[in-house]
Design a protein around this ligand. Sequence first.
Ligand code: SF4
Ligand code: SF4
Length: 379
Amino acid sequence: MLQERLGTIQDEIYTCAQCAYCTATCPVAELKGWESYGPRGRMHLLKLVLENDYKANKELAERFYVCTTCSRCEKVCQTDLPLIEIWEDVRSWLVEDNLGPLEPHRVIDASVAEFHNAFREAAANRDAWAGDIELSRKGEVAFFVGCTSSYKMQKLASDSVRILQAIGDQVAVLGEEEWCCGSPLIRTGQRRQIKGLVEHNVEALKNTGAEIVVASCTGCFKTIRDDYPHWYEKKLPFKVMHISQYLAQQIKNGRLTFTQPINQKVTYHDPCHLGLHAGEYEDPRAVLQAIPGLELVEMHNIREESRCCGAGGGVKAGLPDIALGLARTRAEEAEETGASILASCCPFCKTNLSQAIDNEKINLIQKDITELVVEAMGI
Ligand code: SF4
Ligand code: SF4
Protein backbone atom coordinates (compact mmCIF):
# COMPACT_ATOMS: atom_id res chain seq x y z
CA MET A 1 0.00 0.00 0.00
CA LEU A 2 1.12 3.55 -0.77
CA GLN A 3 1.03 4.55 2.89
CA GLU A 4 3.40 1.73 3.87
CA ARG A 5 5.68 2.45 0.92
CA LEU A 6 5.88 6.11 1.95
CA GLY A 7 7.42 4.95 5.21
CA THR A 8 10.60 4.22 3.20
CA ILE A 9 10.87 7.90 2.22
CA GLN A 10 9.55 9.49 5.39
CA ASP A 11 12.89 11.25 6.00
CA GLU A 12 12.53 12.97 2.63
CA ILE A 13 8.88 13.80 3.26
CA TYR A 14 9.68 15.44 6.61
CA THR A 15 12.80 17.14 5.20
CA CYS A 16 10.71 19.13 2.72
CA ALA A 17 10.65 22.67 4.11
CA GLN A 18 7.52 23.59 2.09
CA CYS A 19 9.47 26.61 0.85
CA ALA A 20 7.96 26.46 -2.69
CA TYR A 21 11.15 27.22 -4.59
CA CYS A 22 10.25 24.10 -6.62
CA THR A 23 6.70 25.23 -7.36
CA ALA A 24 7.91 28.63 -8.52
CA THR A 25 9.98 26.92 -11.21
CA CYS A 26 7.53 24.14 -12.19
CA PRO A 27 5.98 24.70 -15.64
CA VAL A 28 2.97 22.48 -14.83
CA ALA A 29 2.19 24.37 -11.60
CA GLU A 30 2.35 27.59 -13.63
CA LEU A 31 0.05 26.20 -16.33
CA LYS A 32 -2.54 24.68 -13.98
CA GLY A 33 -2.40 27.34 -11.26
CA TRP A 34 -3.23 24.96 -8.41
CA GLU A 35 -0.84 24.09 -5.58
CA SER A 36 -1.59 20.36 -5.79
CA TYR A 37 -0.34 20.21 -9.40
CA GLY A 38 3.11 21.41 -8.33
CA PRO A 39 5.94 19.70 -6.47
CA ARG A 40 5.45 21.36 -3.07
CA GLY A 41 1.77 20.45 -3.11
CA ARG A 42 2.62 16.86 -3.97
CA MET A 43 5.13 16.62 -1.11
CA HIS A 44 2.38 17.87 1.20
CA LEU A 45 -0.07 15.28 -0.18
CA LEU A 46 2.48 12.54 0.53
CA LYS A 47 2.77 13.75 4.14
CA LEU A 48 -1.03 13.65 4.53
CA VAL A 49 -1.16 10.08 3.18
CA LEU A 50 1.78 9.00 5.35
CA GLU A 51 0.09 10.38 8.45
CA ASN A 52 -3.23 8.78 7.49
CA ASP A 53 -4.96 12.15 7.08
CA TYR A 54 -5.80 11.49 3.45
CA LYS A 55 -6.52 8.28 1.57
CA ALA A 56 -4.79 7.85 -1.79
CA ASN A 57 -7.24 7.82 -4.69
CA LYS A 58 -7.34 8.35 -8.47
CA GLU A 59 -7.48 12.13 -8.05
CA LEU A 60 -4.26 12.08 -6.06
CA ALA A 61 -2.70 9.76 -8.67
CA GLU A 62 -3.51 12.22 -11.45
CA ARG A 63 -1.55 14.92 -9.57
CA PHE A 64 1.50 12.68 -9.87
CA TYR A 65 0.96 11.96 -13.57
CA VAL A 66 0.87 15.64 -14.62
CA CYS A 67 4.61 15.88 -14.00
CA THR A 68 6.87 15.74 -17.07
CA THR A 69 9.84 14.67 -14.86
CA CYS A 70 11.74 17.60 -16.36
CA SER A 71 13.86 17.98 -13.19
CA ARG A 72 13.61 21.76 -12.90
CA CYS A 73 12.23 21.36 -9.35
CA GLU A 74 15.07 19.08 -8.27
CA LYS A 75 17.65 21.59 -9.49
CA VAL A 76 16.31 24.29 -7.17
CA CYS A 77 15.20 22.20 -4.18
CA GLN A 78 16.46 23.99 -1.07
CA THR A 79 16.90 20.73 0.85
CA ASP A 80 18.45 18.76 -2.04
CA LEU A 81 15.65 16.21 -2.21
CA PRO A 82 15.92 13.60 -5.00
CA LEU A 83 12.57 14.72 -6.39
CA ILE A 84 12.65 12.83 -9.70
CA GLU A 85 13.35 9.57 -7.87
CA ILE A 86 10.46 10.38 -5.50
CA TRP A 87 8.02 11.13 -8.36
CA GLU A 88 8.94 7.93 -10.18
CA ASP A 89 8.87 5.76 -7.04
CA VAL A 90 5.47 7.12 -6.04
CA ARG A 91 4.13 6.38 -9.52
CA SER A 92 5.34 2.78 -9.24
CA TRP A 93 3.60 2.48 -5.84
CA LEU A 94 0.40 3.93 -7.34
CA VAL A 95 0.63 1.23 -10.03
CA GLU A 96 0.98 -1.43 -7.30
CA ASP A 97 -2.23 -0.08 -5.73
CA ASN A 98 -3.97 0.00 -9.12
CA LEU A 99 -4.40 3.78 -8.86
CA GLY A 100 -2.01 4.34 -11.76
CA PRO A 101 -0.93 4.61 -14.48
CA LEU A 102 -3.27 6.53 -16.82
CA GLU A 103 -5.05 4.42 -19.44
CA PRO A 104 -2.80 5.37 -22.44
CA HIS A 105 0.21 4.30 -20.36
CA ARG A 106 -1.29 0.84 -19.84
CA VAL A 107 -1.63 0.52 -23.62
CA ILE A 108 2.11 1.22 -24.00
CA ASP A 109 2.98 -1.41 -21.38
CA ALA A 110 0.83 -4.01 -23.17
CA SER A 111 2.33 -3.06 -26.54
CA VAL A 112 5.90 -3.41 -25.30
CA ALA A 113 5.05 -6.82 -23.81
CA GLU A 114 3.56 -8.07 -27.07
CA PHE A 115 5.53 -6.26 -29.80
CA HIS A 116 8.68 -5.00 -28.02
CA ASN A 117 7.82 -1.44 -29.07
CA ALA A 118 5.50 1.28 -27.80
CA PHE A 119 3.32 1.54 -30.91
CA ARG A 120 1.90 -1.96 -31.53
CA GLU A 121 4.04 -2.17 -34.67
CA ALA A 122 5.46 -5.43 -36.03
CA ALA A 123 8.90 -6.15 -34.56
CA ALA A 124 9.93 -7.49 -37.99
CA ASN A 125 9.59 -3.92 -39.38
CA ARG A 126 12.18 -2.41 -37.01
CA ASP A 127 14.52 -1.64 -39.94
CA ALA A 128 11.84 -0.28 -42.29
CA TRP A 129 13.20 3.27 -41.85
CA ALA A 130 16.46 2.36 -43.59
CA GLY A 131 15.24 2.34 -47.22
CA ASP A 132 18.35 1.87 -49.36
CA ILE A 133 20.81 2.40 -46.49
CA GLU A 134 22.95 -0.71 -46.05
CA LEU A 135 22.74 -1.94 -42.47
CA SER A 136 25.10 -4.05 -40.42
CA ARG A 137 24.59 -5.98 -37.16
CA LYS A 138 28.25 -5.53 -36.16
CA GLY A 139 30.26 -2.34 -35.86
CA GLU A 140 32.45 -0.06 -33.77
CA VAL A 141 29.50 2.22 -33.02
CA ALA A 142 26.03 0.86 -32.22
CA PHE A 143 23.13 3.14 -33.06
CA PHE A 144 20.15 2.59 -30.75
CA VAL A 145 17.29 3.73 -32.97
CA GLY A 146 14.41 3.96 -30.45
CA CYS A 147 10.72 3.12 -31.02
CA THR A 148 9.72 6.62 -32.15
CA SER A 149 12.41 6.91 -34.84
CA SER A 150 11.96 3.28 -35.92
CA TYR A 151 8.28 3.66 -36.66
CA LYS A 152 7.03 7.24 -36.44
CA MET A 153 9.85 9.67 -37.22
CA GLN A 154 11.95 7.57 -39.53
CA LYS A 155 13.90 10.47 -41.02
CA LEU A 156 15.60 10.93 -37.66
CA ALA A 157 16.87 7.35 -37.84
CA SER A 158 17.98 7.51 -41.47
CA ASP A 159 19.61 10.95 -41.07
CA SER A 160 21.54 9.75 -38.01
CA VAL A 161 22.89 6.64 -39.69
CA ARG A 162 23.70 8.47 -42.91
CA ILE A 163 25.78 10.99 -40.94
CA LEU A 164 27.64 8.27 -39.04
CA GLN A 165 28.34 6.28 -42.19
CA ALA A 166 29.42 9.43 -44.09
CA ILE A 167 32.14 10.18 -41.53
CA GLY A 168 33.40 6.62 -41.96
CA ASP A 169 32.00 4.79 -38.94
CA GLN A 170 31.10 1.13 -39.08
CA VAL A 171 27.60 1.39 -37.63
CA ALA A 172 25.64 -1.49 -36.14
CA VAL A 173 21.87 -1.45 -35.58
CA LEU A 174 19.95 -4.17 -33.77
CA GLY A 175 16.91 -4.58 -36.05
CA GLU A 176 14.35 -6.91 -34.50
CA GLU A 177 16.68 -7.42 -31.53
CA GLU A 178 16.17 -3.81 -30.47
CA TRP A 179 13.41 -3.72 -27.88
CA CYS A 180 11.84 -0.59 -26.38
CA CYS A 181 14.47 1.03 -24.15
CA GLY A 182 11.88 1.07 -21.34
CA SER A 183 11.80 4.82 -20.82
CA PRO A 184 8.01 5.27 -21.18
CA LEU A 185 7.48 2.45 -18.67
CA ILE A 186 10.06 3.62 -16.12
CA ARG A 187 8.76 7.20 -16.21
CA THR A 188 5.15 6.08 -15.66
CA GLY A 189 5.95 3.69 -12.82
CA GLN A 190 5.38 0.48 -14.80
CA ARG A 191 8.33 -1.63 -13.74
CA ARG A 192 7.19 -5.22 -14.32
CA GLN A 193 9.07 -5.70 -17.61
CA ILE A 194 12.07 -3.43 -17.08
CA LYS A 195 14.67 -5.92 -15.92
CA GLY A 196 13.94 -8.20 -18.90
CA LEU A 197 14.09 -5.32 -21.39
CA VAL A 198 17.34 -4.02 -19.96
CA GLU A 199 19.03 -7.44 -19.94
CA HIS A 200 17.90 -8.16 -23.49
CA ASN A 201 19.05 -4.80 -24.90
CA VAL A 202 22.40 -4.82 -23.09
CA GLU A 203 23.18 -8.33 -24.42
CA ALA A 204 22.07 -7.37 -27.95
CA LEU A 205 24.23 -4.23 -27.86
CA LYS A 206 27.16 -6.24 -26.51
CA ASN A 207 26.83 -8.67 -29.42
CA THR A 208 27.43 -5.87 -31.94
CA GLY A 209 31.01 -5.58 -30.66
CA ALA A 210 30.58 -1.81 -30.29
CA GLU A 211 32.33 0.12 -27.56
CA ILE A 212 30.12 3.16 -28.04
CA VAL A 213 26.33 3.23 -28.14
CA VAL A 214 24.85 6.35 -29.75
CA ALA A 215 21.20 7.40 -29.48
CA SER A 216 19.42 10.31 -31.15
CA CYS A 217 16.42 10.06 -28.80
CA THR A 218 17.24 11.72 -25.49
CA GLY A 219 14.80 9.40 -23.69
CA CYS A 220 16.70 6.31 -24.91
CA PHE A 221 20.01 8.05 -24.15
CA LYS A 222 19.13 8.94 -20.56
CA THR A 223 17.49 5.59 -19.88
CA ILE A 224 20.38 3.48 -21.17
CA ARG A 225 23.03 5.69 -19.60
CA ASP A 226 21.43 6.38 -16.22
CA ASP A 227 18.74 3.75 -15.55
CA TYR A 228 20.28 0.64 -17.14
CA PRO A 229 23.22 0.28 -14.70
CA HIS A 230 20.70 0.08 -11.81
CA TRP A 231 18.57 -2.62 -13.48
CA TYR A 232 21.52 -4.49 -15.05
CA GLU A 233 23.18 -4.45 -11.62
CA LYS A 234 26.65 -3.93 -13.07
CA LYS A 235 28.63 -1.49 -15.13
CA LEU A 236 27.54 -1.36 -18.76
CA PRO A 237 30.09 -2.90 -21.16
CA PHE A 238 29.97 0.15 -23.45
CA LYS A 239 29.92 3.95 -23.33
CA VAL A 240 26.60 5.70 -24.02
CA MET A 241 26.50 9.00 -25.91
CA HIS A 242 23.80 11.21 -27.33
CA ILE A 243 24.35 11.84 -31.04
CA SER A 244 24.95 15.56 -30.40
CA GLN A 245 27.82 14.66 -28.05
CA TYR A 246 29.26 12.18 -30.53
CA LEU A 247 29.05 14.65 -33.43
CA ALA A 248 30.63 17.46 -31.38
CA GLN A 249 33.53 15.10 -30.65
CA GLN A 250 33.91 14.28 -34.38
CA ILE A 251 33.93 18.00 -35.26
CA LYS A 252 36.70 18.53 -32.70
CA ASN A 253 38.85 15.73 -34.07
CA GLY A 254 38.30 16.85 -37.67
CA ARG A 255 36.25 13.89 -38.92
CA LEU A 256 33.05 15.90 -39.41
CA THR A 257 33.17 18.98 -41.63
CA PHE A 258 30.50 21.04 -43.33
CA THR A 259 30.43 22.23 -46.95
CA GLN A 260 26.98 23.82 -47.26
CA PRO A 261 26.19 27.05 -45.38
CA ILE A 262 22.84 27.44 -43.62
CA ASN A 263 22.27 31.19 -43.56
CA GLN A 264 19.54 31.18 -40.92
CA LYS A 265 18.94 32.37 -37.38
CA VAL A 266 18.49 29.28 -35.21
CA THR A 267 17.44 29.00 -31.59
CA TYR A 268 18.06 25.84 -29.56
CA HIS A 269 15.74 24.09 -27.12
CA ASP A 270 17.53 21.97 -24.46
CA PRO A 271 15.72 18.61 -24.16
CA CYS A 272 15.28 17.87 -20.42
CA HIS A 273 16.78 14.38 -20.64
CA LEU A 274 19.95 15.74 -22.22
CA GLY A 275 20.22 19.10 -20.45
CA LEU A 276 18.72 19.11 -16.96
CA HIS A 277 19.20 15.35 -16.45
CA ALA A 278 22.62 14.77 -18.06
CA GLY A 279 24.08 18.28 -17.77
CA GLU A 280 24.85 18.42 -21.50
CA TYR A 281 24.31 21.97 -22.69
CA GLU A 282 27.43 22.69 -24.74
CA ASP A 283 27.81 19.92 -27.33
CA PRO A 284 24.53 20.48 -29.22
CA ARG A 285 25.37 24.19 -29.37
CA ALA A 286 28.91 23.38 -30.56
CA VAL A 287 27.47 21.33 -33.44
CA LEU A 288 25.12 24.17 -34.45
CA GLN A 289 27.85 26.79 -34.18
CA ALA A 290 30.18 24.76 -36.40
CA ILE A 291 27.71 25.02 -39.30
CA PRO A 292 28.82 27.86 -41.60
CA GLY A 293 26.38 30.75 -41.88
CA LEU A 294 24.20 29.59 -38.98
CA GLU A 295 23.56 32.22 -36.32
CA LEU A 296 22.61 30.82 -32.91
CA VAL A 297 20.28 33.09 -30.95
CA GLU A 298 19.29 32.05 -27.43
CA MET A 299 15.94 32.01 -25.69
CA HIS A 300 15.44 33.58 -22.26
CA ASN A 301 15.26 30.22 -20.40
CA ILE A 302 18.16 28.01 -21.39
CA ARG A 303 20.59 25.46 -19.96
CA GLU A 304 19.84 24.88 -16.21
CA GLU A 305 16.81 27.16 -16.53
CA SER A 306 15.47 25.62 -19.70
CA ARG A 307 11.71 25.03 -19.90
CA CYS A 308 10.33 21.59 -20.72
CA CYS A 309 8.71 21.02 -24.15
CA GLY A 310 5.92 19.24 -22.25
CA ALA A 311 6.22 15.77 -23.81
CA GLY A 312 8.20 13.93 -21.11
CA GLY A 313 7.20 11.70 -18.22
CA GLY A 314 4.27 10.13 -20.08
CA VAL A 315 2.44 13.48 -20.22
CA LYS A 316 2.21 13.55 -24.03
CA ALA A 317 0.48 10.18 -24.05
CA GLY A 318 -1.56 10.59 -20.86
CA LEU A 319 -2.50 14.26 -20.67
CA PRO A 320 -1.97 15.72 -24.18
CA ASP A 321 -3.62 19.07 -23.38
CA ILE A 322 -1.06 19.76 -20.66
CA ALA A 323 1.74 18.67 -23.01
CA LEU A 324 0.56 21.08 -25.70
CA GLY A 325 0.05 23.91 -23.21
CA LEU A 326 3.69 23.64 -22.15
CA ALA A 327 4.89 23.37 -25.76
CA ARG A 328 2.97 26.51 -26.70
CA THR A 329 4.80 28.54 -24.03
CA ARG A 330 8.16 27.20 -25.19
CA ALA A 331 7.44 27.80 -28.88
CA GLU A 332 6.34 31.38 -28.12
CA GLU A 333 9.59 31.92 -26.25
CA ALA A 334 11.48 30.64 -29.30
CA GLU A 335 9.51 32.98 -31.58
CA GLU A 336 10.56 35.98 -29.47
CA THR A 337 14.20 35.40 -30.46
CA GLY A 338 13.45 36.26 -34.10
CA ALA A 339 14.88 32.90 -35.22
CA SER A 340 13.45 31.12 -38.26
CA ILE A 341 14.36 27.64 -36.99
CA LEU A 342 13.73 26.07 -33.59
CA ALA A 343 16.33 23.31 -33.28
CA SER A 344 16.39 20.49 -30.78
CA CYS A 345 17.67 16.93 -30.65
CA CYS A 346 14.90 14.67 -29.37
CA PRO A 347 11.92 13.16 -31.24
CA PHE A 348 9.55 13.93 -28.34
CA CYS A 349 10.53 17.62 -28.35
CA LYS A 350 10.16 17.67 -32.12
CA THR A 351 6.66 16.16 -32.12
CA ASN A 352 5.30 18.34 -29.36
CA LEU A 353 6.94 21.63 -30.37
CA SER A 354 5.95 21.10 -34.03
CA GLN A 355 2.32 20.55 -33.03
CA ALA A 356 2.31 23.72 -30.93
CA ILE A 357 3.91 25.69 -33.79
CA ASP A 358 1.24 24.43 -36.21
CA ASN A 359 -1.68 24.97 -33.81
CA GLU A 360 -0.63 28.49 -32.89
CA LYS A 361 0.53 29.37 -36.43
CA ILE A 362 3.91 30.41 -35.07
CA ASN A 363 6.39 31.53 -37.70
CA LEU A 364 9.07 28.89 -36.98
CA ILE A 365 10.25 25.60 -38.45
CA GLN A 366 11.21 22.87 -35.98
CA LYS A 367 14.28 20.86 -36.97
CA ASP A 368 16.30 18.18 -35.29
CA ILE A 369 20.04 18.90 -35.17
CA THR A 370 20.66 15.84 -37.37
CA GLU A 371 18.51 17.39 -40.12
CA LEU A 372 20.66 20.52 -40.05
CA VAL A 373 23.86 18.44 -40.04
CA VAL A 374 22.71 16.44 -43.09
CA GLU A 375 21.93 19.71 -44.93
CA ALA A 376 25.27 21.27 -43.98
CA MET A 377 27.19 18.13 -45.00
CA GLY A 378 25.39 18.11 -48.35
CA ILE A 379 24.60 14.39 -48.12
S1 SF4 B 1 9.86 17.54 -12.71
FE1 SF4 B 1 9.25 19.40 -13.83
S2 SF4 B 1 7.04 19.15 -14.19
FE2 SF4 B 1 7.64 17.68 -12.58
S3 SF4 B 1 7.25 18.75 -10.64
FE3 SF4 B 1 9.40 19.08 -11.18
S4 SF4 B 1 9.41 21.04 -12.28
FE4 SF4 B 1 7.28 20.30 -12.26
S1 SF4 C 1 12.06 23.20 -2.96
FE1 SF4 C 1 12.40 21.22 -1.93
S2 SF4 C 1 12.18 21.74 0.24
FE2 SF4 C 1 11.24 23.44 -0.86
S3 SF4 C 1 9.05 22.87 -1.06
FE3 SF4 C 1 10.08 22.12 -2.89
S4 SF4 C 1 10.58 19.96 -2.41
FE4 SF4 C 1 10.17 21.01 -0.45
